[in-house]
Design a protein around this ligand. Structure first.
Ligand SMILES: Cc1ncc(C[n+]2csc(CCOP(=O)(O)OP(=O)(O)O)c2C)c(N)n1
Length: 824
């Protein structure tokens, strides 16, 4: 009887203990001692007030200098694993001398920069110097688990120290940035020192060597995040089967940026998606509880800046940066978790910022009380050394000596040091100015095209094909047999098919890109009975390169960033990003402005990414009409990008193949059609694919000696031809500009020269006067028309690209035609 009652009591006690622990596992992080100067982060009141021994025990685990948020994870095995780490981890062994030395180096490096280069900006990481040993632990642990490469992204804060102490860039190279060695070599270009990327090596304490890549990034906070993930994905593919283990992405964030920037939240959404996952990244919020001059209460509605990460099933570990041993522990748990579960992990490293936003800012104006405290607070290495009685005099002298020598070397440098070495897969590619020597054949023999068409239209026996797709494939079969002209969908499939057959991989991503927004692509066939998928482009031949098409998340910025990153580390393939409609690409403007058009100039980094932007005025309203040609032309300079609008399926075929097969790696912006996708005027006979090449300019095939010449690009050219026919006009030649940048002056000159009697020149566009290619093209055309003005026909100046009324659109379109053919 008594035994029975004891057992019951034990069970009850067990249940009670579980109940108490459960409370702390759920909410303990709220009360954790996370503030660098002691106490919980916000609120200042205890969330969990229950007394008792069990509560005290749980409190010690969950409310110390580590706050773990993991009870929101939907997978019980993951929750239990973290619980085990928190509650039953074996005692940590820490080499305190080593830890003191790393903290000292991080602080001294910054202090020396401060005294040597007084009054210049460096965005000191002081106040969060535990970041350096944290990264050491991340690298040590990941190397033990199979990492060979760390791909890191971080913004300005503490970047120079990380470059020197973690990435392995010699200190004199970092100093050279302050000396501004060799400014003439980058007149009008280059980037500031705290945005430059770097590659180096990191040797773990057990002697393993990791390749280190610190990504170049713009000032735009968090914009680099998707780029780094795209790069990681490409590197993982290069690495092969163990890619996910070998390549570890580590992304560092500021607390204000983490809470505020949407691109980061978009990027987080990639983690578990087939086409975009990298097996998890380590995210570190280098949290100094301030953003420029703003306080946390002004920066996020949530209690923690990390709260947005809770929308994903990933753990968040908060850790007080003033407890470096706890920091090491969290770093180890995070990396173990990533490798065990292929998942993202967030570490919220909570420290402070010793100086102003930059060193020329005075933070006492906006946070006088906080900075009074900070000014009285000694650097962490001093506190830690004192607590553990580590003598720092020798390590400090040794470090200073090394830095002094580096400083002298930097002062004597004549050339800017190269901080980065590109991987060998970039060796055969080039950037710089365009030259016709770069051109390569792009035609594909008719026999091969026929074979490809056969493969592209075949599916396995027993595959239940959708009746509409059956019909489409039958049509495509006829196109491949030369019995029907090819539309864009088939021309694209043949371009992709011929490339993968030649060994060039193809990756396409965008919203609904597998089918195609306009029902034009159908790269994946779906069995109507089983929903099983069949991708004809993956069944071209046994030794073909891979083809991948992904429907992306509904984001522009993160997806374009990811694909740009992918193209940065996969020059051997054709990488394409497709906007649903061209105008939506403005949601990714930061990636266009900061990476795509500027990456080569700022960082010497090349990309052959293709942007497909559906464009054309078809009466669909202010949105869905314009891919904003003007934006890209405004950004075009020194052959930094290519801007094209192929007016036929055949031209599109050659353009895509040219992009992949040339060794010139330049972003290509393609304005793609919508209504014209299947229009007979834009369809091409098979021989246009088996002969010739991409033509930057299309001469008029009918009027060979026009008195008046209309220049145009894209769909309106076809409309002009139809209007000319309707009018029986024999005196107007219509020249299509297929490539707007690099501007094909020589080809245009040759095209104009054929019309020796031409006296009138006209640019006709669908876009309003303040949009389209007009502003860019007309002055350049006027250099080729021998002093004759180039008049323009366009919609009136407008604040939106197009009218919302379909009828008004048609009236406008008609007026454009009238004006184009009106006598001058
Ligand atoms: C997209 C963007 N908006 C604004 C800025 C200007 N800016 C630079 S740093 C900064 C504060 C960043 O605070 P936080 O993310 O906490 O990083 P910290 O500088 O404190 O390390 C701001 C607003 C920027 N660089 N990027």
């Amino acid at each position: 009887m008594s035994t029975h009652s004891t057992e019951l009591t034990d069970t009850e006690q067990g249940l009670e203990r579980e109940r108490v622990f459960d409370l702390f596992r759920r909410w303990g992080y709220m009360d954790a001692n996370l503030h660098p100067f002691g106490g919980p982060l916000a609120g200042g009141y205890p969330e969990i007030r229950i007394p008792g021994d069990t509560a005290d025990e749980a409190r010690r685990i969950y409310c110390g200098t580590i706050g773990a948020e993991f009870m929101h994870l939907p997978q019980s095995d993951r929750r239990e694993w973290i619980q085990e780490q928190m509650e039953n981890a074996p005692a940590q062994k820490v080499d305190r001398r080593w830890l003191t030395e790393r903290l000292l180096q991080a602080d001294l490096f910054e202090q020396i920069l401060q005294t040597r280069y007084l009054g210049t900006k460096r965005y000191s990481g002081e106040g969060a110097t535990a970041l350096i040993p944290m990264l050491d632990m991340v690298l040590e642990t990941s190397a033990d688990l199979g990492a060979t490469t760390a791909l890191m992204a971080m913004s300005h804060r503490g970047r120079l120290t990380v470059m020197s102490l973690t990435v392995g860039i010699p200190a004199e190279y970092v100093f050279a940035g302050f000396e501004d060695v060799d400014p003439r070599s980058i007149l009008g270009g280059g980037d500031v020192k705290y945005h430059q990327g770097a590659t180096g090596e990191y040797t773990t304490r057990s002697g393993k060597v990791l390749r280190m890549h610190l990504a170049s990034n713009p000032s735009h906070l968090e914009a680099v995040d998707p780029v780094v993930l795209g790069r990681a994905r490409a590197k993982q593919i290069h690495a092969g089967q163990n890619g996910v283990k070998e390549i570890l992405p580590i992304i560092m964030h500021g607390d204000a940026a983490f809470a505020g920037q949407g691109i980061w939240a978009e990027t987080l959404n990639f983690a578990g998606l087939k086409g975009y996952s990298v097996g998890g990244s380590i995210h570190v919020i280098v949290n100094n509880l301030i953003g420029f001059t703003s306080n946390p209460r002004e920066l996020h509605t949530s209690r923690f800046s990390s709260d947005l990460a809770k929308r994903q099933p990933i753990p968040i570990f908060h850790v007080n940066a003033e407890d470096p041993e706890a920091v090491l522990r969290v770093a180890k748990i995070a990396v173990d978790y990533r490798y065990r579960f292929d998942s993202d992990v967030v570490i919220d490293l909570v420290g402070y910022r010793r100086h102003g936003h930059s060193e020329v800012d005075d933070p006492t104006i906006t946070q006088p009380l906080l900075y009074k405290k900070i000014n009285e607070h000694p650097p962490l290495f001093e506190l830690y050394a004192e607590k553990h009685k580590v003598d720092t005099s020798e390590m400090s002298a040794r470090f200073r000596e090394g830095i002094d020598a580096a400083y002298d070397k930097a002062a004597k440098m004549e050339k800017s040091p190269v901080l980065r070495k590109l991987p060998a897969y970039w060796d055969k590619y080039e950037g710089g100015r365009y030259s016709s020597k770069l051109e390569v054949p792009t035609a594909v023999s008719e026999a091969t095209l026929r074979q490809l068409a056969e493969k592209l239209t075949t599916y396995p026996d027993g595959f239940n094909i959708h009746p509409k797709i059956k019909k489409l494939l039958e049509q495509r079969q006829k196109m491949g047999a030369g019995k029907l002209n090819l539309d864009y969908g088939m021309a694209e499939a043949l371009a992709f098919g011929s490339l993968v057959q030649q060994g060039v991989p193809v990756r396409l991503s965008g919203q609904d890109s597998r089918r195609g927004t306009f029902n034009q692509r159908h790269s994946v066939l779906i069995d109507t009975e089983t929903e099983q998928e069949f991708v004809p482009l993956s069944h071209i031949s046994s030794d073909q390169a891979w083809f991948e098409a992904y429907n992306s998340i509904l984001s522009e910025a993160a997806v374009l960033g990811f694909e740009y990153g992918f193209s940065r580390d996969y020059p051997d393939g054709l990488t394409l990003w497709e906007a649903q409609f061209g105008d939506f690409a403005n949601g990714a403007q930061v990636i266009v402005d900061q990476f795509l058009v500027a990456g080569e100039d700022k960082w010497g980094l090349l990309s052959g990414l293709v942007m497909l932007l559906p464009h054309g005025y078809e009466g669909q309203g202010p949105e869905h009409s314009s891919g904003r040609i003007e934006r890209y032309l405004q950004l075009a300079a020194k052959d930094n990008i290519q801007v094209a609008q192929p007016s036929t399926a055949g031209q599109y075929f050659h353009l895509l193949r040219r992009q992949a097969l040339r060794t010139w790696r330049k972003p290509l912006i393609v304005f793609t059609p919508k209504g014209m996708l299947r229009h007979p005027d834009a369809a091409s006979p098979l021989h246009e694919l088996s002969e010739g090449h991409f033509r930057t300019v299309i001469q008029d095939p009918e009027i060979t000696n026009g008195e008046r010449i209309i220049f145009c690009t894209g769909k309106i050219g076809h409309e002009l031809r139809r209007e000319r026919k309707r009018r029986g006009d024999k005196r107007t030649g219509i020249i299509f500009l297929e490539q707007m940048f690099p501007f094909p002056a020589a080809d245009l000159e040759a095209a104009i020269a054929q019309h020796s009697n031409a006296r009138e020149f006209l640019w006709v566009q669908e876009e309003p006067a303040n949009m389209g290619a007009l502003f860019f093209v007309v002055p350049l055309l006027e250099r080729l028309t021998h002093g004759q003005p180039v008049r323009t026909v366009k919609r009136s100046w407008s604040s939106t690209p197009a009218t919302g009324s379909h009828t008004a659109h048609e009236m406008e379109q008609k007026t454009l035609m009238e004006l184009a053919f009106a006598a001058f």
